[in-house]
Design a protein around this ligand. Structure first.
Ligand SMILES: Nc1ncnc2c1ncn2[C@@H]1O[C@H](COP(=O)(O)OP(=O)(O)OP(=O)(O)O)[C@@H](O)[C@H]1O
Ligand SMILES: [Mg+2]
Length: 259
């Protein structure tokens, strides 16, 4: 079993404190979901875990099996087994999806131990079939002109090819039609198991009908303010966040409005 531990994490963007002490522990074999109002720092947490240079960690720690993740460069984090599916995946002209995937897969392997081309192609075909993706998607430039839903599906294809230990999926369900939602959930459920832990950022309980989370957390104003089981997501869907604001005695404003 592996463990990703986030302790008292404070993160600033351009001098503004966004995360104000986040604590979270994710083990492999666990699926966690984070919900929370817009602008409360969910994507900031995802970017800080992956090591985006714009997000400055001012205090706190992130460790993977005791190793200091904050000391690692982005590529080292990927090699250590951390993966981020971004809320807004970027388009890359001139690099085909398949070439990108093969480079990414090989970057995680040792020199001289590159994946054999045929093996890569077979695996890519299988995963694309699982995700019901058109075969064109492999030879098109990475995300270029992909529809919103196609980009999200492609993020899950990357996940399935890279087989990270820990994945952070930022709004992987946004913009997906109902069939695509099921397909994406199928892909994630296929990853589920002993060597895989996952943090799913979402606004909607519906995704969690298909991927049953072991733990659900609520982030408000840069902190995890409540944790529970799958039932917490149902309660949020039905009642919104007002009851939590009331219960915790916090003003219902976003981090943004606060500044
Ligand atoms: N580059 C930046 N410069 C200034 N402020 C930023 C920057 N990136 C993020 N922020 C601010 O940080 C706050 C948290 O943003 P974040 O994207 O983490 O929210 P979120 O919880 O993911 O919201 P959503 O649910 O809308 O995706 C917001 O107020 C946002 O405006
Ligand atoms: Mg976000």
């Amino acid at each position: 079993m592996s463990t990703l531990v986030i302790k008292d994490l404070h993160v600033e963007i351009e001098g503004k404190e966004i995360l104000k002490g986040v604590d979270l522990t994710i083990n492999t074999n666990e699926i966690h979901a984070i919900m929370g109002p817009n602008g409360t720092g969910k994507s900031t947490l995802a970017q800080a875990i992956m090591g985006h240079p714009r997000y400055k960690v001012t205090s706190g720690t992130i460790t993977l099996d005791g190793e200091d993740v904050l000391e690692m460069e982005v590529d080292e984090r990927a090699k250590a087994g951390i993966f981020l599916a971004m809320q807004y995946p970027s388009e890359v002209t001139g690099v085909t999806n398949a070439d990108f995937l093969r480079s990414a897969v090989n970057a995680k392997r040792d020199e001289g131990d590159e994946i054999p081309l045929m093996k890569f192609i077979r695996e890519l075909d299988t995963k694309m079939e699982t995700l019901e993706m058109h075969e064109d998607m492999a030879t098109r430039y990475l995300n270029e002109g992909f529809s919103g839903g196609e980009k999200k599906r492609n993020e899950i294809l990357q996940l399935m090819m890279l087989k990270p230990q820990f994945a952070v999926l930022d709004e992987i369900d946004s913009g997906l039609d109902i069939d695509a939602l099921k397909v994406v959930a199928k892909g994630i459920n296929e990853m589920r198991g002993e060597g895989f832990g996952c943090l799913i950022i979402t606004h909607y309980q519906r995704l969690l009908d298909y991927i049953k989370p072991d733990h659900v957390h609520v982030m408000i104003q840069g902190k995890v303010v409540q944790s529970g089981g799958a039932e917490l997501a149902h309660k949020l869907e039905a009642q919104g966040y007002d009851w939590l604001h009331e219960e915790l005695g916090i003003e219902a404003e976003t981090v943004e409005q606060e500044a």
